[in-house]
Ligand binder design. Sequence first.
Ligand code: NAP
Length: 284
Amino acid sequence: MILLTGATGNTGRETAKLLAQAGVPFRALIRNPDKAGPLEELGAEVAIGDFGDADALRQALTGVDKVYLVTPNEEQQAQWERQFVELAKDAGVGHVVYLSSMESVPGAKTPVTQAHVATEQQLRESGMAWTMVRPTFFNQLLLAAAKGVKEKNAIVFPLGKGPLVTTDVRDIAAVITLALTQPGHENQSYDITGPDLVTMDEVAAIFTKVLGREIRYVDQPIEDFANILRAIGVNEWRVKAVCDELTEISHGSLTRRTDTIEKLLGRPPISIEQFVQDYRAAFE
Ligand SMILES: NC(=O)c1ccc[n+]([C@@H]2O[C@H](COP(=O)([O-])OP(=O)(O)OC[C@H]3O[C@@H](n4cnc5c(N)ncnc54)[C@H](OP(=O)(O)O)[C@@H]3O)[C@@H](O)[C@H]2O)c1
């Protein structure tokens, strides 16, 4: 049995769809029973449990041989992942596919990247097989700018003026699904990216081309972005963690493209232009 954590989140939700399409049975771990419906419609077995609840996790891990592990950027992230890996090992799990990030390298300075580095190390030493899936900034995070695009023809985001490389969540889910369902991905680390190395002004030009109206990029001061997060109730630890990640990106932490997606999936990765076309309803 495959256990998907984060099954209601960006990567977990897409992975659930792909497993269902492939007819692969899986169990989805969710913390909120009200979110079970769409997963049950996909044919998933649903287990209810919080990352902080070891008993619920033990139950969810019963009879599981492969896991997709993803946790959110919260203060407890490192602790949740450490405990989850221990519980998975105790439960006899054979293979953990883990969502890390490409910036997570030894010596990383932000709490999020440090958590990923620590969990990667724990998995490498765990005796279980592992696959590290290490994407860059998700295309789908640009959906957070949709209101500004719709109402002011502006992508307002604190991503600086330099180039960056994004990754589409659908490609990430395809790599996760491959690692969960096909042999040969044990003890592999995959740095995955989309095909574009672009500045945000160039991203705005892509939006202009696809949407057929002039879209500009506004480099938002990070403190303004932090205040928006605070206003919608995001806790202070997470505000700082998210802002630290975006500041690193605006200083050029994500400028390396890889051809790993093409090698693994036998097709090119999804471009930003394709992303805008596919999600154009959100921007119009
Ligand atoms: N965003 C990026 O650009 C980027 C790039 C590279 C790597 N990453 C990494 O991606 C990870 C986040 O992945 P994602 O975007 O797929 O996830 P996400 O959309 O942030 O979703 C988090 C998932 O975890 C669940 N969850 C939250 N708290 C929980 C708890 N206490 N117990 C059980 N489940 C809980 C959420 O459930 P609910 O629906 O109930 O909230 C949701 O399913 C992070 O580790 C981040 O560092 C992100």
